[in-house]
Design a protein around this ligand. Structure first.
Ligand SMILES: [Zn+2]
Length: 333
């Protein structure tokens, strides 16, 4: 697979070994500083669940709080972050948090599914990190054999702008579905909620990333339960948005959970009481997060975080009154 270079958004190099190896190989080849190189790569990380393969495709990594990305987890002050003994791969030495926006490519025996479609290109947004991007995500997909036409399903865990962006691309000043042969699955509850919003930012997101899919007759609206393929189950995790769902992937007795934004960062595993300023209902989000962690704790089920940078997947272990996140390296692609 040919690697392509994207703009640098990381201020620090993530600690994940696979990621570091890839960055260093590119720097050597192109004679650039690894500090300012960032390569979204299909080979980034892959996990297997029975017959299903899940691959992370990074659109951007960043640190927060920052002017670029906002606060996201306001209670996570550097001192409290650095007091978490296992936080190393997920924070800078100064106690800033590392974040990521990525797709998850789910390959079953019979279908290709993209879970959450990131930020997208050419879209006007309030925060600089999200606005008028020019990331070569589709080239990376194509290079890996995932042409736009080959995608069977798109599933959005919820309808925030960093989960629906690549639903559409701009063609001749019109927004058209990026994946013309896919069924796009939107949670019915979130669709109703955001469709009724009068916020200009949400109206803009809806107009450029959701409505064109509906007009093209590619939208389907899911409720909790099986979605798109038998291996995927939508599990409600309300609070971040009213209709957010996590996705449980099951095959041959194995299981992985794609969290959605039930957490934005692993520090919330240690501090479930830390909600995000992006949560629609912070209290409901905390209740959901505690129940979610309780259900996963001390099981073999991997959690894949939708914004966890570097080692994106891991297991939840009980520790005192809270929990610990034990990263899992995944398998070779
Ligand atoms: Zn998000």
């Amino acid at each position: 697979m040919q690697l392509r270079r994207a703009e640098a958004e990381v201020s620090e190099r993530p600690a994940n070994d696979g990621y570091r190896g890839r960055v260093q190989r590119l720097s050597k080849r192109e004679g650039c500083s690894a500090r300012f190189q960032y390569v979204p790569s299909m080979a980034n990380q892959t996990w297997r669940v029975g017959d299903v393969k899940i691959t992370k495709l990074v659109e951007v990594e960043f640190t927060f709080p920052s002017e670029n990305a906002g606060k996201i987890v306001p209670d996570a002050d550097p001192t409290s972050v650095l007091a978490i003994p296992w936080i190393g791969p997920f924070a800078t030495p100064e106690g800033k948090l590392r974040g990521s926006v990525h797709f998850l490519l789910v390959q079953t025996r019979s279908a290709r599914i993209i879970v959450d479609t990131g930020i997208g290109n050419d879209k006007t947004r309030d925060l600089p990190l999200f606005s008028m991007r020019t990331t070569p995500v589709l080239d990376v997909l194509q290079d890996a054999g995932w042409s736009r036409e080959s995608v069977d399903h798109v599933i959005c865990t919820h309808l925030h702008l960093d989960h629906v962006g690549w639903n559409t691309i701009r063609r001749d000043d019109k927004w058209v579905p990026t994946f013309p042969n896919a069924v796009y699955h939107f949670g019915g509850r979130d669709y109703e909620y955001f469709d009724a919003s009068t916020s200009p930012a949400r109206r803009a997101m809806f107009a450029d990333s959701i409505t064109p899919v509906v007009i093209a007759n590619l939208a389907s609206f899911y409720v909790p339960g099986t979605v798109a393929v038998p291996e995927l189950t939508a599990d409600p995790t309300p609070g971040h948005t009213p209709g957010q769902n996590s996705l449980i992937v099951q095959s041959r007795g194995e299981r992985i959970v794609i969290g959605g934004d039930v957490m934005h960062h692993p520090c919330q595993v240690a501090h479930p009481e830390w909600s995000s300023d992006l949560d629609d209902d912070a209290k409901a989000a905390e209740v959901t997060r505690r129940a979610f962690l309780d259900k996963l704790a001390d099981t073999e089920t991997l959690l894949i975080g939708t914004h966890f940078a570097g080692p994106t997947a891991g297991r939840i272990m009980r520790e005192g009154n809270a929990y610990r996140f034990e990263p899992d390296a995944g398998v070779e692609a």
